[in-house]
Ligand binder design. Structure first.
Ligand SMILES: Cc1cc2nc3c(=O)[nH]c(=O)nc-3n(C[C@H](O)[C@H](O)[C@H](O)COP(=O)(O)OP(=O)(O)OC[C@H]3O[C@@H](n4cnc5c(N)ncnc54)[C@H](O)[C@@H]3O)c2cc1C
Length: 286
């Protein structure tokens, strides 16, 4: 970034053409907006000398869980559905949002840690296997910082016990839904093994035994908060206009400035906040 005291006056970039020649580009601007997403925006700011206590911290991710229902007498036409349009929001206030999301056959095969004939049976049962998932509004917070490789940030995140309990509740409620809908088996995939339950008691027994997030397959798609808005530097990286504290002319407009977690898919919120920030900035510049 080009700096003049606290003012950011644009950016300088350097790259190589296909024949290896170095090309340099300088953009001078009255406002510079960083929109590289929750993993890269904070690292970019750090690498450009921005030092704020919350920078790269407060990472929330909406950990997502999955359980599978085996319905031998039903054939799901997976490829023709739009499953994410379906969801269950009844427990949204408690931080649990259920959403559809059937994965393709290839990924289904990778979902299990089974081997041999059990694996073959699992894969062959794909057409009779229902997929649904959920996300939790996490209270755990992770951190993003520059890693050993210049192109990849170092991301750390540990799920706390409060979140693990909520996550287990998600698995339990989802399993109950499958069983109530007539599933013969509920499968709960984990990193080391896949639990199979035929009734609620067996689900509860497994959940009582499961002590670690590694007992489940957990994924995440919604990183937020690593440059979050806040009232001051103690709580945030940007102010309500999305300008970075302690600078002039430097803004962050992406998921990183959203104080997460939202408990729902975040794109609309990210776009709404960025649009609001851009409108305010437009007026200021005009
Ligand atoms: C598989 C998956 C499914 C999802 N489904 C949903 C959904 O259904 N609904 C929903 O609301 N959200 C969904 N999300 C989340 C949503 O995609 C993200 O929350 C959102 O895209 C984040 O927006 P962003 O602007 O913060 O970052 P991004 O969308 O990641 O945008 C950052 C951009 O910056 C670019 N960039 C980074 N570094 C540089 C650089 N040095 N120079 C130039 N450009 C750079 C990147 O290439 C990227 O295009 C999903 C995410 C995933 C991964």
């Amino acid at each position: 970034m080009i700096k003049q005291g606290q003012r950011i006056e644009g950016v300088k970039a350097e790259g190589r053409t296909s024949d290896g020649k170095v090309r340099r580009l300088t953009v001078r601007a009255r406002a510079t907006i960083v929109s590289m997403g929750s993993f890269l925006s904070p690292v970019f700011l750090m690498r450009n000398g921005i030092k704020l206590p919350q920078l790269g911290r407060q990472l929330s991710i909406h950990p997502c869980g999955v359980a599978l229902g085996y319905f031998p007498n039903r054939t799901f036409d997976h490829a023709r559905r739009i499953p994410q349009g379906f969801g269950v929001a009844d427990l949204a206030r408690e931080g649990l949002m259920f959403e559809g999301g059937t994965i393709p056959l290839l990924a289904h095969g990778m979902m299990s840690s089974l081997a041999g004939s059990a694996y073959t049976r699992f894969v062959e049962n794909y057409p009779h296997t229902a997929y649904f998932g959920f996300m939790i509004r996490d209270t755990s917070r992770g951190r993003v910082r520059p890693g050993p490789h210049p192109d990849f940030p170092l991301i750390t995140y540990w799920m706390n016990n409060t979140d693990l309990s909520l996550f287990k509740r998600g698995i339990r409620e989802l399993s109950r839904m499958y069983l109530a809908a007539g599933a013969e088996e509920v499968m709960i995939p984990g990193l080391r093994h896949m639990a199979v339950a035929r009734n609620e008691n067996e689900v509860d027994k497994y959940l009582a035994k499961a002590r670690s997030p590694r007992d489940f397959t957990i994924s995440a798609y919604h990183p937020l908060g690593t440059c979050q808005m806040g009232v001051n530097e103690k709580f945030g990286v940007t102010d309500a206009s999305l300008q970075v504290f302690g600078t002039e002319g430097l803004y962050v407009m992406d998921g990183s400035s959203v104080p997460g977690p939202l408990g729902v898919n975040p794109q609309v919120t990210i776009m709404a906040l960025a649009t609001r920030g851009a409108r305010q900035l437009g007026k200021k510049l005009a």
